[in-house]
Design a protein around this ligand. Structure first.
Ligand SMILES: Cc1cc2nc3c(=O)[nH]c(=O)nc-3n(C[C@H](O)[C@H](O)[C@H](O)COP(=O)(O)OP(=O)(O)OC[C@H]3O[C@@H](n4cnc5c(N)ncnc54)[C@H](O)[C@@H]3O)c2cc1C
Length: 430
C-alpha cells in the first residue's frame, strides 16, 4: 500500500498499486487484483483515477509505440504512452496529434478515458474523434476490439468512459500532417465578456487555437488576455526547454486573498504589452504550465479544486457573469481562470463533456468557503443547461451528474463489475 494523490492533492490515501508493464499479462493481473481502477499520470484533478484503500492499476509502464505508418499517419501504441513523447518523436517526421489538452503530460489511456479537448476544439473536436481502434481488456478476461466502425457501442462507452468499461491496452490513433513545432501566436487584451465573444467569433475560422485567461478579481466587467495561435512553418530557430520544479510544498496556499489581486494584475500587465503576432515554439505558448513541474504544490498541503463547466452559447453571457459575481461575493478567487468556446462537433463518447457552448475553468484553494460557493455555481450552471467536467471534479452531487449526463443509463450497461473508482462510487453509487 502506498499513498496516491491526484492533481488536486485533496487526498493521499493508501492504494494497492499494481504496476502494469507487460501488455500480454494485463488480463491475468487485473483478473487477479480487482476491483480496481486504471491510473495513468494522475493528471485528473479529482477522484477519477483514485480508489482509496483499494487496487490501482498503474499504466505508465505500458509505454511502447507498437507501429507507425509514416504514409498514413496511423500510430498504434500502448495506453501509458505520454502525449508529449508522441509529439516530440513524430512532429519531426511530419505528423502530430490533432488534439492535446492544456498539459502534454497525460497518457493516451487517460486522454481517451476522459475524451480530452484542446484549444482547437472548435475545429477538430475531441481526442476520441481521432481514435480509430481500441483494445479493451475486462477483469473477466474478455478482450474487446472496438472503434468508430467496429462494435461502435463499446467504443462510445469507452471514450470518456472514465476507465470503467475495461482497461485499454492498445490504441490506434490517426495523426495529422504537421509542419513542425512552431506557431504564430498572438495575445490580445480584452475588457468585458462582449469583447471576449467578439474576439472568439472573429478568430475561430482563421486561428486554430483559441483560449482566454481572465482576471476574475475584476468582477463582471472582466478583463482578460485572449490567446490565439496557428501552426506555421519556421526553420532554423533555436528553442531550449527550461524546466523548473516547484521546490517544496509551502505550509499555506500561495494563492490566497492577499496574493491573488497582485498576482493577477502582474500577469495581466506583463502579457498585455506583448502584442503583435510572434512566431514561437508551440510548447511554451500552448502548454505554459508544463514548464513548472509540480506547480500544483503551490496550493499548500490542503490541495485545491478545479471547477470546469460548459454552458450553451445562448446562455453563456448571463451565466458567466453570474458565476463571476458569485465568486466575487464569496471573497474567493482563482488565478487560473480560463474561458473558451467549444465547437459544434458531436462528441464521440456517451459521457463526453464538451458540448457546443462556452467552458469556464477555475482553480480554487481548498478552504471552508468552497462548498457554499460551488453550490451557488452549480445552480447557475444547471439553470443555464450546462454541466461539469468529471476529469476536473471531486465533489459534484450525484443528482447533478445524473441530470446533466442524459446518456448515463445507456453507459451503465457497459461497465465492468470488477472496476470501481472513488468517482464512480460518488457519482454512480458503485
Ligand atoms: C495542467 C492541466 C491542464 C489540463 N488541461 C486540460 C484540457 O485543456 N482539456 C482537457 O480535456 N483536460 C485537461 N486536463 C485534464 C487531463 O487532460 C485529464 O484528466 C487526463 O485524463 C489526464 O490523463 P492521465 O494520463 O493523467 O490520466 P489519469 O488522471 O491517471 O486518469 C484519467 C482517467 O483515465 C482512466 N484511464 C487511464 N488509463 C486508462 C487505461 N489504460 N484504460 C482505461 N482507462 C484509463 C482512469 O481510470 C481515469 O478515469 C488538464 C489537466 C492538467 C493537470
Amino acid at each position: 500500500m502506498r499513498p496516491v494523490s491526484s492533481w488536486g492533492r485533496l487526498s493521499a490515501d493508501p492504494h494497492e498499486v499494481i504496476e502494469l508493464t507487460d501488455r500480454d499479462r494485463v488480463a491475468a493481473e487485473i483478473g487477479r487484483h480487482h476491483p480496481g481502477i486504471a491510473h495513468g499520470l494522475g493528471k485528473s484533478y479529482g477522484d477519477a483515477s483514485l480508489n482509496p484503500h483499494g487496487v490501482l492499476w498503474h499504466t505508465t509502464g505500458l509505454d511502447r509505440f507498437m507501429s507507425f505508418d509514416a504514409a498514413t499517419g496511423r500510430l498504434v501504441c500502448e495506453p501509458g504512452v505520454v502525449l508529449r513523447d508522441i509529439q516530440r518523436a513524430l512532429i519531426p517526421r511530419g505528423w502530430g496529434l490533432p488534439v492535446v489538452p492544456g498539459t502534454q503530460l497525460v497518457t493516451v489511456g487517460g486522454a481517451i478515458a476522459n475524451d480530452v479537448h484542446g484549444k482547437n476544439h472548435h475545429l477538430v473536436g475531441t481526442f476520441g474523434d481521432h481514435v480509430r481502434r481500441l483494445k479493451l481488456v475486462r477483469t473477466d478476461g474478455e478482450t474487446i476490439d472496438c472503434g468508430p466502425d467496429l462494435r461502435r457501442d463499446w467504443f462510445a462507452a469507452t471514450v470518456a468512459g472514465l476507465g470503467l468499461t475495461g482497461l485499454i491496452v492498445e490504441a490506434e490513433l490517426q495523426l495529422r500532417p504537421s509542419n513542425g513545432p512552431w506557431v504564430d501566436g498572438e495575445i490580445v487584451p480584452f475588457s468585458g465578456l462582449d469583447d471576449f465573444f467578439r474576439l472568439s467569433d472573429e478568430s475561430e475560422a482563421s486561428w486554430e487555437h483559441t483560449v482566454s485567461w481572465i482576471d476574475c478579481t475584476s468582477g463582471r466587467n472582466v478583463r482578460g488576455l485572449f490567446m490565439r495561435a496557428r501552426p506555421t512553418e519556421a526553420k532554423g530557430q533555436a528553442w531550449r526547454e527550461r524546466r523548473k520544479r516547484m521546490p517544496l510544498t509551502p505550509p499555506l496556499s500561495l494563492v490566497n486573498k492577499l496574493s491573488l489581486r497582485p498576482f493577477n494584475m502582474l500577469y495581466y500587465e506583463l502579457n498585455r504589452r506583448r502584442t503583435g503576432v510572434r512566431t514561437v515554439h508551440a510548447e511554451p505558448f500552448l502548454f505554459p504550465l508544463d514548464s513548472l513541474q509540480e506547480w500544483n504544490r503551490m496550493y499548500g498541503p490542503r490541495g485545491f479544486f478545479q471547477y470546469q463547466s460548459v454552458v450553451p452559447r445562448e446562455a453563456a453571457l448571463g451565466a458567466t457573469r453570474d458565476m463571476l459575481d458569485a465568486i466575487a461575493a464569496s471573497g474567493e478567487g482563482s488565478f487560473l481562470a480560463v474561458l473558451k468556446t467549444f465547437g459544434d462537433c458531436k462528441p464521440a463518447g456517451l459521457l463526453s463533456f464538451p458540448r457546443p457552448g462556452v467552458t469556464l475553468a477555475l482553480d480554487f484553494r481548498n478552504v471552508p468557503a468552497i462548498p457554499a460557493l460551488f453550490g451557488r455555481l452549480d445552480a447557475i450552471v444547471r439553470a443555464a443547461g450546462g454541466r461539469l467536467y468529471p476529469a476536473k471534479d471531486a465533489r459534484m452531487p450525484r443528482e447533478m451528474f445524473e441530470a446533466t449526463y442524459p446518456n448515463l443509463p445507456a453507459f451503465q450497461a457497459f461497465r465492468d463489475p470488477g472496476i470501481s473508482s472513488a468517482l464512480s462510487r460518488r457519482l454512480m453509487g458503485s
